[in-house]
Design a protein around this ligand. Sequence first.
Ligand code: BEZ
Ligand code: FE
Length: 314
Amino acid sequence: MQDLDVNEITEAVIAQMATTPDPRLKEIMEAAVRHLHAFAREVNLTPDEWLKGIAFMTAVGQACTPYRQEFILFSDVIGLSRLVNVMHDAKGREATGTETSLLGPFFREKAPEIGLGDSLAKVAHGPEIVIYGQVTDADGTPVPNAEMDVWQTNAEGMYDLQAHDPSVMDMRGRLRCDAEGRFHFRTVKPLGYSIPMDGPVGELVRNQARHGFRPAHIHILVAAPGHRELVTALYFADDRHVDSDTVFGVSQSLVIDPKTGLADAPRADLPAIRYDFVMSRDTDGSGGRVGSDPSKLVPAGRVGSDPSNLMPAG
Ligand code: BEZ
Ligand code: FE
């Protein structure tokens, strides 16, 4: 029997977990224990604070539904999603490939299909813009017939999941680029918006006196055989939060500014954005997605843990 002091406890836990057969699980859990213990020692965590942390994590889990992923939101506001994204990109993105951005919690599979030139707005109204460009590979060769998923807020800063019956899809669509990788679609200029502030993550952000806003943006996911899925977003330069995104999604190369009078714009009557997307080669099949459709992360029919699944003591 060991008497474990504040440092020996860490090594005792790691020693007991040394039986873990999966080497990656072993590596991750060892590092997690080491860092968590170091964190508790650094802040001298009290029992009350430990319990508050547990209550917070419990509330985060309870706020998750098929339409909402509060854990991803937590990861976003503490910059963990961005960090994982950047590390993932460092392995899979070619040097000239378009920079990626967060998938975010509002992506949904199977958005309505739209034709080239169509609008994403079915229900929403507001000033229209046109977005056009070409999808190429890292050498500049056009990628034919790439599939593009686009989703965004409406002109009031609401996603369809927040504005309507969540089963109604609006301000999102899937389109197929032409044989030269060219695309264009119309949309309503989105408005920046506050991340969902009515849950435990919002409470944390408020307690930190942060504004909680994301700058206006349009999410784009591009997929084509043989290429790494490109998950990115375009951010509007005129948004006052473009330099202080609550979830750290903005990169300079993704900032856009609609202009009228662009010579090759498909619609001369609308402000236009030309953005060419550069896909990287798919080298390991890991894709570019850091995140998920929330409905994929909540087991069907489960809103909490079933106590009957717990192991009996002993
Ligand atoms: C979004 O892009 O919509 C988003 C990303 C992270 C947190 C909240 C919203
Ligand atoms: Fe978004």
